[in-house]
Design a protein around this ligand. Structure first.
Ligand code: 5GP
Length: 115
């Protein structure tokens, strides 16, 4: 399992990003191509390539990704207007970076179903 993904380099500070939160387990940063006024990616610092690769030992970490999204939605002022949290998995969903990440999207009316 590679530890050298694009997002691992962002976590380690080797590639610049607009980091909005970081601790020992998770890092959140602005998406370079925002699809909404608020578009933040929340990643575990440790590489899990896809959701398919997560296991029971990742249970707390996966919960932390969601609770980080909840807190950032509040801090970024979209918790009441509304937001979407998405994790794409593999080709049909359009996953382009093999390091799981939640997209936190908000600040405009989002359409459903997604394309
Ligand atoms: P996926 O398509 O894998 O669900 O999402 C990957 C996301 O990473 C995309 O929304 C893309 O815009 C974003 N992204 C790709 N490269 C970079 C980068 O170098 N920096 C940042 N901040 N975001 C990136």
């Amino acid at each position: 399992m590679t530890t050298d993904t694009l997002f691992a380099r962002i976590v380690r500070g080797e590639i610049p990003a607009q980091i909005v939160y970081q601790d020992d387990e998770v890092t959140a940063f602005r998406d370079i191509h925002p699809a909404a006024p608020v578009h933040v990616l929340i990643v575990p610092n440790r590489v899990i390539p896809t959701l398919n690769d997560a296991s029971a030992e990742d249970e707390v970490l996966l919960g932390k990704l969601f609770l980080t999204a909840q807190r950032l939605a509040r801090e970024l002022g979209i918790d009441q207007s509304g937001y979407r949290v998405v994790m794409n998995t593999n080709a049909d969903a359009g996953q382009s970076v093999a390091h799981i990440h939640l997209h936190l999207l908000g600040g405009r009316r989002l359409t459903w179903p997604p394309g």
